[in-house]
Design a protein. Sequence first.
Length: 317
Amino acid sequence: MKKILLSALLLPALQGLAQDANLSQIHNAPLLLNPAQTGDFENTWRINGGYRNTSFSGMKSFSTGYLSADVRIKGKGINANDRLGVGVFGYLDANAGGSLKSNYVGLSLAYNKALSANGATRLGLGAQAVLVTRSLDMNKLVFEDQFGSGGFGGTSVDAARGGSENHFDLNVGLQLSHDAGGRWGGAIGATAMHLTKPKETFWGADYRVPMRYQANASAWIRLKGNDRILLQGLYVTQEKTDYVQGGFIFSKSLKLSTTESSLDLGVLTRNTNVVIPYLGLGWGRSKAALTYDVTTNKSKMSGLNRQSLEIFLAHTF
């Protein structure tokens, strides 16, 4: 009973940021980070996938799984230094113990135009069309009786709605990137999501999903011995909620065989209350990473000790 009641208390807060994937490894999910990153890579195909589980005080409350695939299109009419990309992505959010589920399937398109003769600097523009299905199962929630001047008056009428809804949404993104011949590089970008401001009526009154804005930045430098340092940052704001996330990752080149490999170690943070250790391994064109969100003591004082484990896999070919 305690777990179900806690889910009910958390549910109203899910209308905002729970609309979208909030990942510790969002920079490893390019199509979810910024539509302009679609097809913006050296090889031809790229597949990314991951899973995130978040629990409050030991109770399973949130889980997210995602998968994306994009292709860099080459051919007649496309400058060798330009990058035209097409991709598809999908992810599933299960929140409040599975009472609120969201399924997203999207098509992503981007064009990164070279601004220099050697293609070192590119300006990219991307757009996404997304089909969203959300369902609210009231049978998995229990709402306590309200207490008024006449005593207990039954459950809140706000808890009377449930069901499922479908809507269509649009996202757009812009990004400026630079690669100094493999020695160093970086990118800055911005994304606007929910351009259609779709309606949801789970609680009996029309609720329009507020637009979400993201600003992303990254920079890297190659060191002696093919080691690398990567810096990354993200700012997200949606209605009255916002957060800042970022950190650094050190990639140590491992000369275990003729196949290029690396061990990635880093630390990320979210606002001032979450520290995120990062462990990754690269092998040829494959990559894997693991993160675990560590909540600070200040956040634990609220009685909700949030714990999040996230895994990531990728391959390019």
